[in-house]
Design a protein around this ligand. Sequence first.
Ligand code: ZN
Ligand code: ZN
Ligand code: ZN
Length: 367
Amino acid sequence: MFAERLERARGLMAEQGVDLLLLSVGADLPYFCGYEAMPLERLTMLVVPRDGAATLVVPRMEAPRVTERPEVFGLRAWDETEDPVAIVAGLAGDVGVAAVGDHMWARFLVELMGAMPSTGWRRASEVTAPIRSVKSADEIERLRAAGAAVDRIAGRLQRGEIELVGRTEAEVSAELGRQIVDEGHDRMNFAIVAAGANAASPHHEPGGHVISSDEVVLCDFGGTMVGADGVGYCSDITRCVYTGEPPAEFSELYDVLFEAQAAGVAAVAVGTPAQDVDRAARSIIAAAGYGEYFVHRTGHGIGTEAHEDPYIVEGNREPLAAGHAFSVEPGIYLAGRWGARLEDIVVASPDGADLLNRVDHRLAVVA
Ligand code: ZN
Ligand code: ZN
Ligand code: ZN
């Protein structure tokens, strides 16, 4: 599988005139070779010449963590007193164009630019994103398993089985984090809990606010499930509950959101430009008078990273392909008052949207 992925990368490198691919910290590396770099100051880098064998350059002390795959890459462990940038430059040779991982530390890029003065530089995602964004059947099943796991947690939230009133947002966030792991994820990535007026801040940091009766509680959470091959796939879901009977004004807002999210999902079709999914959701929110309160794009791709290509945003005319996995998550945020977001992960398929989250989309009333 990894060898096949690297072959496809080499194909795109040839098309794009890229001679060398350099992958370090970030999601590209595990996707293409099954090894995840520790995000440290010591350099880890997969060096992939377009024509030639790939080499994984790792700190000597981390070499025991590497599952060797001689059919995919050779291993070059470097000692503490060696210069890893010089090693990479030596393996690279005198290349015209190198593409570097988007998440590589800037310090290494700056040093590489010094060590390879005649090389031009591009972002590796130009090569890797078109490959990573289209999921295989196996990847879709892994995303589905992660989606089902967070659905179970959301179901408990909606049935009132996760205590809210009287606890702080931070406490509920910690509880969601534990359940994410208990439900089969290897790690939790985030658990936003935003109650009352805090729900008007899309990426609210759960804090000391004690959740009370008659508040909206927005929960947006997800984690990563790592497979036997060392590659992890992400979940991401948002549901809102109300701790009491919601006022009519909030119910109306939520109905608009519900309809907008469903319209976004219904717009998903192979060949449809990504921006049309955003337009479908946004037009309903705008028609209801909330347009200025929907302050973010409708969605993001998901896979080995929680946010990746394709982005569901105005201006992205990329046609959806079968296997594109992404969120549909419109929101309405009234500063100082309240807010709501509704998020599912879907996969574009010849039959439309394949839903990876199926738990109730309505606003649940919990005591
Ligand atoms: Zn977000
Ligand atoms: Zn989310
Ligand atoms: Zn999301």
